[in-house]
Design a protein around this ligand. Structure first.
Ligand code: TNX
Length: 527
């Protein structure tokens, strides 16, 4: 319970709250609060000892008049804070008081669209940015300044006190991605939305959805109804599968956009296509549809025009449903397609993607074809694999940017260690420190910071049927990839990171999130 103060004392505190920070420590902070443990680490963060803010039942969330972006960020924050604090937290216009959270859009343009400042001073909390994404990221950082109980969905005791701090933050890379394979095992709209919420806490801004593979086709395509209805009717565990209607896909896109996450849909081709070929005999060179879940490598019929009519329909519909610039065309493991056919195929597909007003991204093998300078190559090689490195250098030579997803660092389907009960190990084990302790700008010889758009952590689900498997493999590694994508390289130390990561666990506990308690991380005792 907060003691009631006599009104003279209240007036004095209000006056002090409005004075500059240099006035001294007459306004002593309540019980000392621990230094913030933020992931990703902001580019600049300074504690303001002796200052603090306590949210209470009179706190408000203030927005400037007429700012739609500030209202969205404010409403998002209110949704997080209201259930656990029990406070009304009205989103309104007004003169800031010391227990208010104030949004403004006067932030420095030099911090970019995703940059923001966050000040917790004796005058209150202020989140400032010049664009909508920055305000949203300010909210995500602010969440982590509050006690972990704020993440609970029922009323908690508080107090909701935050130590004084000045943060100025902007990301290192533009592309901070995660990938979810919904083809090997299907995850429904609600599960994908929960995953998006989890990703957004760490300022991830791309969710790449692997929508088709040998084991399943997961997006309804008009004119090709059997793709989803038959091709999506099972999964890698011979379960019932599933697919998204176009309306459901649109819902995911919208939900993601509200969290400043762009959906990048992938249709994998020319390989990884058994589900499509099982659905339509004309997609096979011999005109015979294989059974669903037919083992082995597959390839579309590269010299048949039906293949390109099919791809034009699929790409055209995906382009219309996807506001983002990029469509992912796969291009990996086309092991039954000849080199000449592969080049011919990727060239034709590139033209189709461009004709529908989009740019393509593909697994780095697409660099074997004749690309223009626009596409992006997603590097999934391991350290020192010469063929992969040569293709990355080819990407650079033709001006294609690279998204770094090295399998021996960022693959979330690899086991953590030999004891991990589920997962793969073809790229070795990816411990929590392996996933964090690498630099995308030095990983591939000859590929530097300016050649890279960013990083992405793929979660292949060949062997993961449930969403709690997905969470267990994602957490705690994904925050490390997110930090590599966001934070300046100068802040990168495993010893500092592991302590900040440990402080995330009570938040995951509060959210009911499944994660792996790696022995590498000094977790606080479980609540
Ligand atoms: C390789 S990585 C694949 C995927 C598998 C993954 C399993 C890539 C582009 N292709 O099809 O799911 O390994 O770890």
């Amino acid at each position: 319970m907060k003691p009631r103060l006599p009104s003279l004392a209240v007036s004095l505190l209000v006056v002090l709250a409005l004075l500059p920070a240099t006035v001294g420590s007459a306004n002593a902070a309540p019980a000392s609060t621990p230094a913030p443990a933020l992931v990703p680490q902001p580019s600049s963060e300074h504690a303001l000892p002796g200052q603090s803010v306590s949210l209470d039942r009179s706190s408000r969330i203030l927005v400037p008049q007429g700012s739609h972006d500030a209202v969205s960020a404010a409403n998002y924050l209110a949704q997080v804070l209201r259930p656990s604090t029990g406070f009304a937290l009205p989103v309104t216009i007004g003169f800031p008081r010391r227990d208010d959270i104030t949004f403004d859009q006067w932030g420095a343009a030099s911090l970019g669209n995703e940059g923001y400042t966050l000040d917790v001073t004796r005058g209150g909390v202020r989140i400032s940015a010049h664009a909508s994404a920055g305000l949203f990221y300010g909210v995500q950082t602010f969440r982590q300044l509050l006690p972990a109980g704020v993440e609970k969905r029922s009323k908690q005791a508080g107090p909701w006190t935050i130590g004084g701090v000045r943060i100025s933050d902007t990301p290192r890379f533009a592309w901070r991605g995660a990938m979810l394979d919904v083809a090997r095992h299907f995850f429904d709209v609600g599960q994908v939305e929960t995953y998006l919420d989890e990703l957004s806490m760490y300022k991830i801004n791309v969710l790449h959805l692997h929508l088709s593979d040998n084991d399943g086709w997961r997006i309804d395509i008009n004119g090709w109804p059997r793709l989803a209805r038959y091709g999506g009717s099972t999964d890698a565990s011979r379960g019932p599968g599933g697919f998204y209607t176009q309306a459901q896909y649109g819902e995911i896109v919208k939900f993601a956009a509200a969290r400043h996450i762009t959906i990048v849909p992938e249709i994998d081709a020319p390989g990884h296509v058994t589900a499509a070929q099982a659905s339509y005999a004309q997609l096979n060179c011999d005109g015979v549809a294989p059974p669903l879940l037919n083992p082995g490598y597959s390839s579309l019929c590269v010299r048949s025009e039906v293949t390109y009519q099919f791809l034009d329909d699929v790409i055209g519909q995906l382009a219309a449903m996807t506001p983002g610039k990029y469509l992912h065309i796969g291009g990996d493991e086309a092991l039954t397609t000849s080199a000449a056919d592969y080049t011919y195929f990727v060239d034709r597909l590139q033209a189709i993607v461009h004709a529908h007003g989009k740019e393509l991204i593909g697994w780095h093998q697409i660099e074997a074809a004749d690309l223009t300078s626009g596409p992006v190559a997603q590097y999934w090689g391991t350290a020192g694999s010469a063929d992969d490195v040569a293709l990355a250098q080819q990407a650079k030579a033709r001006g294609n940017k690279i998204v770094m997803s090295p399998a021996d660092k960022s693959y979330l389907d690899m086991k953590y260690d030999a004891q991990t009960p589920i997962g793969q190990d073809w790229a070795g084990y990816n411990s929590v420190s392996d996933a964090y302790d690498w630099d995308p700008a030095t990983f591939v010889p000859g590929i530097g910071e300016s050649d890279i758009d960013g990083v992405e952590a793929p979660l292949w689900t060949d062997v993961f049927p449930t969403i709690s498997d997905v969470d267990y493999m994602t957490f705690p590694r994904l925050p490390g990839i997110a930090e590599i994508g966001w934070s300046p390289e100068s802040t990168h130390t495993w010893t500092g990171y592991r302590t900040r990561l440990a402080a995330q666990a009570p938040r995951w506990d509060a959210l009911g999130l499944t994660y792996y308690r790696s022995p590498e991380v000094p977790w606080p005792a479980a609540a």
